[in-house]
Design a protein around this ligand. Structure first.
Ligand code: SF4
Ligand code: SF4
Length: 319
């Protein structure tokens, strides 16, 4: 029995199946200029895992033959991959919508100062982490000075047109709780963000996504160290709603790691749970999108992080 089958056997999370592929989410590597404590990737400046050009080309070939409408780039800081611009340009030439999951502070790091202009010129959608509109909370979670740098980056993006009504340049913000609790209602929090960021800093944004902290990697270790892991799992499990199973992102998304291996989602990638229920690891070069539809999804207890309360996915609350 594979490790995945073992994990699944001891979970009572309901079995779910894939629908048509809509989004290819690609992790370009684990290098990041930040080391946030909740990071489910364990990303940081010392990580050296970066997708190479040959793999980037294999991913682009799959993107083309799959017909997926959206390429969602993540990391680490995806912009730190030296082939980031090549990948974005190639996908845009195919007419694919590109999302950059941006930590904001990268935009003012030495060597990355022209990144914001590049994103604007290629009509890339930006989804940016800002886990609170209060400086102390952001710095506690993401590091000293991150809030101020994020505000400067948001102002720069606004000046380029991002987040401004009718510009067509989408700027989404992502909220995640400070600790072991579920996110508050997305719409109410969006209103609070909008009022505060506009009044305090003159900042505009397109929408807010609320995302639950997943009980894996760095966040799980922190919870275990503080003796709060079991309580958090109980909270997620008790807040599970079957209706959220309809919208979990793995039904229409495929996640690719920096080596080109594919998974049902970014979280399974971090847990090294291969695509599907218990199968061997699959490389993107071997994959046909048509083979995915209707297939089993590899699930386990961490999946309750996606179905608790209002639900949680890379596109925010589920309902
Ligand atoms: S910015 Fe994102 S990828 Fe980087 S350490 Fe923080 S959560 Fe992880
Ligand atoms: S963690 Fe969420 S997105 Fe990933 S397989 Fe489980 S339910 Fe699906």
């Amino acid at each position: 029995m594979s490790a995945t089958e073992l994990v699944q056997r001891f979970s009572d999370f309901p079995r779910i199946r894939r629908r048509r592929l809509e989004t290819l989410q690609v992790n370009l590597g684990y290098m990041c200029n930040q080391t946030c404590f909740h990071c489910h990737v364990n990303a940081g400046p010392n990580r050296r895992e970066i997708m190479e050009l040959a793999t980037v080309k294999e991913v682009l070939a799959f993107l083309e033959r799959s017909g997926a409408a959206t390429l969602d780039l993540t990391g680490g800081a995806p912009e730190m991959n030296p082939h980031f611009r090549y990948m974005v340009g190639s996908a845009r030439d195919m007419g694919v919508t590109v999302i950059d999951r941006c930590n904001l502070t990268i935009l003012e790091q030495p060597g990355y100062e022209t990144t914001a202009d590049f994103l604007r010129d290629h009509d890339v959608r930006i989804v940016a982490s800002l886990p609170c509109y209060m400086e102390d909370n952001v710095d506690a979670q993401r590091g000293d000075g991150v809030f101020e740098a994020s505000i400067r980056a948001l102002k720069k993006l606004n000046a380029l047109g991002y987040g401004q009504t009718d510009s067509g340049l989408e700027l989404g913000l992502v909220y995640n709780p400070q600790g072991a609790s579920l996110p508050p209602p997305q719409e109410e929090l969006e209103d609070a963000y909008r009022v505060h960021l506009r009044e305090q800093f003159g900042i505009e944004f397109s929408y807010l996504l609320t995302i639950a902290n997943m009980p894996i990697n760095r966040f799980a270790k922190t919870l275990r160290r503080e003796g709060r892991y079991n309580a958090y799992m109980k909270l997620l499990r008790e807040a599970h709603r079957d209706v959220n199973l309809e919208g979990v992102m793995c039904r229409s998304l495929l996640s690719v790691d920096w080596r080109g291996n594919v998974y049902d989602c970014d979280f399974n990638q971090m847990l090294r749970m291969p695509l599907g229920a218990g199968g061997p690891r699959t490389h993107v070069r071997e994959l046909r999108a048509a083979d995915l539809e209707g297939g089993d999804i590899a699930t386990a207890d961490h999946c309750y992080g996606c179905t608790a309360g209002q639900g949680s996915s890379c596109t925010g609350a589920l309902g």
